[in-house]
Design a protein around this ligand. Structure first.
Ligand code: GLU
Length: 476
């Protein structure tokens, strides 16, 4: 039975057993893009039936980070609040004899498993408790014996048309009678998913390829319950640079980590959209609106998609460059010390680094010299590679004289550049003058250029730092 409803409804169904990961966001994003393109509904369903592993703090992490990324859901559900609904369907299967209570002990099951493995048979439950009489079953339930509920799936070949991977067939003979619930109040993943996908009128199940083995189980359950089959689209795996499945070994992939490091939501979205989806053009920069317009499942590839962090950095840098100075200043503010510097000044500082920042947190180390009273650097750093400490001392004296003569009014980049370049070019290698200037002002091996830094620091601070540099060298 195929779903014939008009409105497209997709869902992202994370289990709150850990922080939201980039892989999870890619799944959420493809669901979001597809439903928005089709003017449909995007659902967030928290799959927290595993009581031991699900935590409210992980749910919070998921919802907060999805919101930060702009992936706003239209409807929200939490499976732990839907127990009564699952119960109704479990009872239906039990009544129809399509499910039964199983009291087999873990040791017993393990022994069967070992026996099957030793005979080269794929481990599966053999159906021992299937034949228990109603009375025996009830008396064992009354005694409170440990149990689970198993499902008698039809034995046949299930074929489904995956929208990305084409026809996929499974022989359900090998599944055995799968466990679908611990008890009437505690359904397990495959069961609650089937009920919810139906109850929530899901038209398209778009999820990671790792769920392909679950699909035949879910289809069998749908058939047993007489429910329509949604369409399936299994997304390609995300791979690390070494082409193995992306995992913790490749570093912390939590969205929270990227967010803290100062990646912009639009860069993360743009990056993840291209992990498995091909826009069909050379274009690499897409806003969410453009993605909604362009997205199609036909352009999602089967092959795994490599998570290339360099590309993310490149995208992030390009989104940072596009920000206005005031927007960027607001964004980097949390990464800067609270010094009470006026906002205009901050904007000037940040403008110096807008072109080179790959993420927002880098500003802290790049521009720290604007926020400290006194710089701390070794005096050797002041001397240019083709120069000598003595010459550097002279250069600093010259800088002091020249710059003292520049009026506050003329203290701006082009004037400073004119005057200082004029002086520096009197010698073949102008580094003898410009290097100590830049180092005196920043205390760094590398930084923004000396004229720009001097302009932002202002006359007083610039002269103060030149004098400090001179003092460092007085010992010579
Ligand atoms: N809750 C499942 C998971 O976190 C997803 C279920 C599904 O998409 O069907 O992997």
């Amino acid at each position: 039975m195929q779903n014939t409803q008009k409105q497209i409804r997709t869902r992202y169904a994370p289990s709150p057993t850990g922080p939201l990961h980039m892989g999870g966001v890619r799944t959420a994003l493809f669901n979001y893009l597809f439903s928005k393109k089709e003017k449909g509904i995007f659902i967030l369903r928290i799959e927290d039936t595993d009581k031991a592993r699900s935590k409210p703090e992980w749910e919070k992490d998921i919802t907060e980070n999805l919101s930060w990324l702009g992936l706003q859901w239209d409807e929200f559900y939490r499976q732990s609040e839907r127990t009564a609904i699952y119960k109704k369907y479990l009872e239906q299967l039990l009544e129809q004899g399509k499910a039964y209570y199983c009291f087999c002990k873990p040791e017993e099951l393990e022994a069967i498993r070992q026996d099957q493995l030793s005979r080269g048979v794929i481990p599966h439950y053999t159906g021992k408790c299937r034949g228990l009489g109603k009375e025996e079953c009830e008396s064992r339930l009354k005694k409170g014996e440990a149990k689970v509920i198993r499902f008698i799936g039809e034995k046949k070949t299930i074929t489904f048309d995956d929208l990305i991977r084409g026809k996929i067939s499974f022989d359900t003979e090998l599944l055995g009678d799968i466990v679908i619930a611990k008890d009437l109040e505690t359904p397990l993943y495959n069961f609650s998913v089937v009920v919810d996908d139906y109850e929530m009128n899901i038209t398209h199940v778009i999820r990671g390829e790792d769920h392909i083995p679950n699909t035949p189980k879910q289809i069998l359950l749908q058939e047993a319950l007489g429910l329509p089959r949604p369409l399936y689209a299994h997304l390609p795996l995300l791979l690390g640079e070494d082409r193995t499945k992306l995992s913790k070994r490749h570093g912390d992939q939590s969205v929270a980590r990227y967010r803290t490091q100062g990646y912009l939501p639009e860069a993360v979205i743009n990056f993840l959209a291209l992990l498995g989806w091909n826009p069909g053009t050379e274009e690499e920069i897409f806003s969410i609106e453009e993605l909604i317009k362009e997205f199609s499942l036909e352009r999602v590839q089967k092959a795994g998609a490599v998570f290339n962090e360099k590309r993310l950095n490149w995208l992030n840098a390009s989104y940072i460059r596009k920000k206005s100075p005031s927007e960027l200043t607001q964004l980097v503010m949390p990464y800067l010390p609270q010094t009470g510097l006026e906002i205009k000044k901050l904007e000037q500082i940040i403008a110096l680094y807008q072109e080179r920042m790959q993420n927002l947190s880098e500003i802290a180390a790049l521009a720290d010299y604007f926020f400290v009273e006194q710089l701390d650097y070794p005096k050797e750093l002041l001397t240019w590679k083709n120069s000598t400490p003595r010459k550097t001392k002279e250069a600093l004296e010259k800088l002091e004289t020249i710059l003292s003569a520049v009026s506050e009014k003329d203290w701006e980049r082009d004037t400073l550049a004119n005057i200082l370049l004029g002086e520096a070019e009197k010698e073949k290698d102008r580094g003898y003058l410009l290097w100590p200037l830049r180092t005196a002002l920043t205390g760094k091996q590398a930084s923004a250029g000396p004229f720009e830094v001097a302009t932002v620091l202002g006359k007083e601070k610039t002269l103060e730092r030149i004098k400090e540099a001179q003092q460092k060298l007085t010992a010579i």
